[in-house]
Design a binder for this molecule. Structure first.
Ligand code: UDP
Length: 461
């Protein structure tokens, strides 16, 4: 713990699991470096302040419902950015004149809470953003106006396999789109968060130089604000501190005892994160692909994962019993502990950025099954740039699943090369956080940057 800096930082996450985790990890990192922390959170997916007694919390009433969230992620994010404006203004009004606490140095906002830019400007409060996704996908988001102008977007079915020559190695089908009948609405959302990022005073990234140096330099040429790649965030702490307290669903710890009974690198871990969903048919193909691969598997089936179904009631009678302990299904898992467990041999993932980075940090090779937005870009980078995984494409079919799992788990040239490269990235992810490492230096620059904003705040207020 560094000495107290006598300054407060306001942090506002987007209220989704993949955004809350890294924002709270960032809060911990900044707190242990001497900053006081106030988390501004929405009433939707409200956070539990008792998990973080050393932070202050301020809840704003957004009026969003679970139904609105479930029916359209796109509309949810847009609505949230509209409905939070007034309560956020009121919140800043109160926090900024609270003389009982340290002066506020700046706001750190999730990129997707783009509404905060104009409000912060009105209060003359400096705003830095946190991008919880990778830089590789942000480069593609920033290129949307160009992609539209060139006719890559909207995506045409007949062109899915074509390369986007200006953004190698992406193909048209890897562009970070979402399934929507209103693509214009989606383009507008992307343009909003990209433009409000440009208007901010810097971007904090949960990534590291060795992984994304080329995307970082591409973006730095387009954005005239400083970039701070200081990740992997969760590796700044021992694992137990990093995620369990920010989990919106309770994590089933029993699977760790189950893993303890398995040989090193023998288990396939399967999870598609907190938002993605699959069809009933895909679910059954995945189940049989896993069974037929003959490898033990630990599978997170989140309630709501399977469209139109509660949980795993679709599995045939006796399915679990017949596995005789070879498969273990949970509703939500302690993912960081699992990926760090020696029994894990591969991770079948939807390639959300957190999952991708968490896998990279443990040297676990991936089977990629992206569903939408940045996951599509991340999966392409995993399989074709970093070459630490294999992508399952063009539909879920049990035979293909079985072959892919075997290729990644068995002793064969391609599998061995993938595993070797994954271990190399694991080492780089560790070294970057050591004294003199790229993320450690970048963090020092971030602290200096925040301290340099202080004068501006006080002169202005
Ligand atoms: N996660 C978890 N338990 C699970 C599945 C996921 O704790 O059973 C965590 C995971 O470690 C990651 C986050 O939830 O930090 C998911 O974020 P990601 O960006 O991978 O995907 P998203 O949920 O945003 O699609």
């Amino acid at each position: 713990m560094k000495e107290n800096k006598g300054l407060r930082l306001l942090l506002i996450p987007l209220p989704l699991q993949g955004h809350i985790n890294p924002m709270l990890q960032l809060a911990q990192i900044l707190h242990s470096n001497g900053f006081s922390i106030t988390i501004i959170h929405t009433s939707f997916n409200s956070l539990n302040p008792s998990n973080y007694p050393h932070f202050n919390f301020y809840c704003i009433q957004d009026g969003m419902s679970q139904n609105e969230y479930s029916s359209s992620l796109l509309n949810f994010v847009i609505e949230l950015n509209t409905r939070c404006v007034d309560p956020f203004k009121e919140c800043l009004g109160k926090l900024m004149c609270d003389v009982s606490k340290e002066p506020i140095a700046c706001l750190i906002s999730d990129v997707m809470c783009y509404f905060t830019q104009d409000v912060a400007t009105n209060f003359q409060l400096p705003r830095i953003v946190l991008r919880t996704g990778g830089v590789c996908s942000f480069v593609a988001f920033a290129a949307f106006p160009f992609l539209i102008e060139k006719g890559y977007l909207p995506i045409q079915e007949s062109k899915l396999e074509e390369e986007v020559t200006e953004l190698p190695p992406l193909r048209v089908k890897d562009l970070p789109m979402i399934n929507t009948k209103e693509p214009e609405k989606y383009y507008e959302l992307i343009c909003n968060f990209v433009n409000k990022t440009k208007a901010s005073l810097g971007v904090i990234w949960n990534t590291f130089e060795d992984l994304e140096s080329s995307s970082l330099s591409t973006l730095s040429q387009q954005f005239s604000i400083p970039m701070f790649p200081i990740g992997p965030f969760h590796k700044h702490f021992p694992i137990n501190n990093a995620s369990s307290s920010s989990s919106l669903i309770s994590q089933d710890q029993n699977c760790i005892s189950w893993l303890n009974n398995h040989k090193p690198k023998s288990v396939v871990y399967v999870s598609f994160g907190s938002v993605a969903s699959i069809t009933a048919k895909e679910f059954l193909e995945i189940a049989w692909g896993l069974v037929n691969s003959n490898y033990p598997f630990l599978w997170v089936v989140r309630p709501g994962l399977i469209l139109g179904h509660e949980w795993i009631e679709l599995l045939p009678n006796g399915f679990i019993e017949n596995l005789e302990g070879r498969g273990y299904i949970v509703k939500w898992a302690p993912q960081l502990e699992i990926l760090a467990h020696q029994a894990i041999g591969s991770f079948w993932t939807h390639n959300g950025w957190n999952s991708t980075l968490e896998s990279i940090c443990e040297g676990v090779p991936m089977i990629c099954m992206p569903c939408f937005t940045d996951q599509l870009v991340n999966a392409r980078y995993v399989s074709h740039v970093w070459r630490i995984g294999l992508q399952l494409e063009n539909g879920m079919e049990r035979g293909k699943i079985e072959r892919t799992i075997r290729k990644l788990m068995e002793d064969n040239i391609e599998g061995n090369e993938i595993r070797d490269r994954a271990l190399k990235f694991k080492e780089e992810a560790k070294v970057c956080l050591e004294q003199g490492g790229s993320s450690c230096s970048s963090f020092e620059k971030l602290v200096a940057h925040i301290l340099s904003l202080k004068t501006f705040t006080f002169e202005a207020s």
